[in-house]
Design a binder for this molecule. Sequence first.
Ligand code: HEM
Length: 448
Amino acid sequence: MNTVTLPDGPSLPRFVQGGVALAAPLWMMRRLRERYGSAFTINIPVFGEAVVISDPAEVKQLFMTSPELADILDINLGLVLGPNSFFAISGDAHKKQRKLLTPPFHGRRLRAYEAIIEEEAVREMAVWPEGREFATLGPMMRITLNAILRAVFGADGDELAELRTLLPAMVKLGSRLVALPIPRTDLGRWSPWGRAHAYRREYDAIIDRLIAAARQDPRLDERDDVLALMLQSQCDDGSGMSRDEISDQLLTLLTAGHETTATTLAWAVERLRRHPAVLRRLADEADADESQLREATILEVQRVRPVIDGTLRKVRVPGLRLGRWTLPEGQVVLVSIYLIHRDEALFPNARSFDPDRFVDARPDTYQWIPFGGGVRRCIGAAFAHMEMNVVLRTLLRDFTLEPTSERGERWHSRGVAYCPAKGGRAVVHRRAEERQSPDHAARAEAAA
Ligand code: HEM
């Protein structure tokens, strides 16, 4: 039998380490990286002993390890999002769902969503105040929520309006419950779990109406939304997705995709206001209808401000060899996205914001990892990139963003994602009409 070898780490009691991890998680990661190197073991409540890694070779090895040997850590997400959620399934069930749901998020399908996203961005930006500072996180959240509801849920009319109100409250409560212990007894309808069940019943009723309407739609096969594709999708064995699978996965896509994309966009605004030379070049590029620097900027924002700071795996076999270590069955491993992105050996001048590092250079799959990696890599990565590209393009074409010499906004944890502490504050000025997005005026008028 292989002897277990774990990296060193602090010997402070679990509750002390837990307290620091709660109060200053990023500071703790930096300090431990300085003290112990690219791998260390921490001991915190909920996870127990967890090995943190940030060496690209070890990260690559873990991401490439078969899910039978190491897979995601199942926290309460299955209870919050449903037993058929990506975050609750593994093995063959996971493989089958990836196969069914990967096509809607790639290639030609993605281009079909661009118009919806631009429309949502123009509608939201039509009411932005001029010359007065405001936080962009709220508007970005509304854009990404509506984009997913329309492009993914295929929602329209009453259902769209109802989901717009219900889902933010439901997701907010859900992301709190993920970290809480599950009560053994029913605490009643006014308890957080009771409220979560009531939200879920309301949500399922709306989804049933959307599914019923889609099934009766004679032009279902011409539709591009993910729900329509789910209803028509089939595996090699001829099986498709059940109603419960569709309902759980739609909620999962929204929960995983809406806040992450919005917080990244708010960081983009925050970073760009502090880098006026890049901002000027981006505005010129948008006028020339090009996108190379903007695409590189998105990659760089995700490198310096990864909104998800780490991703977890759990070892499923005894004595798993991972680089220098031999891990026991049940060992929790945290890949620190935050630490790997600030590694000087991988990204010279790692702390500076420099989109040019990604112009003409694709990032390495195991060093630039804001979307995680391996068979669990974010299924919406290409969708998110396209969405951020369209929203930033609209912003740059329709407005000038005032630079600022203020200090950068601090990182603030919203539970799931990190956002700029002041919400990515902006001061904007509308640009001359002829330089704005081609159909800006018509859309803004319709939206108003
Ligand atoms: C900037 C935006 C986004 C970021 C930073 C992000 C980040 C992540 C990360 C770190 C993971 C875990 C990967 C791992 O464990 O290796 C993940 C998984 C996932 N993401 Fe995203 N995501 C974003 C946008 C989206 C969007 C737009 C969608 C869908 C519309 C989405 C759907 C998912 C799903 C379903 C999973 C689970 C995949 C699985 O377990 O197979 N994400 N994402």
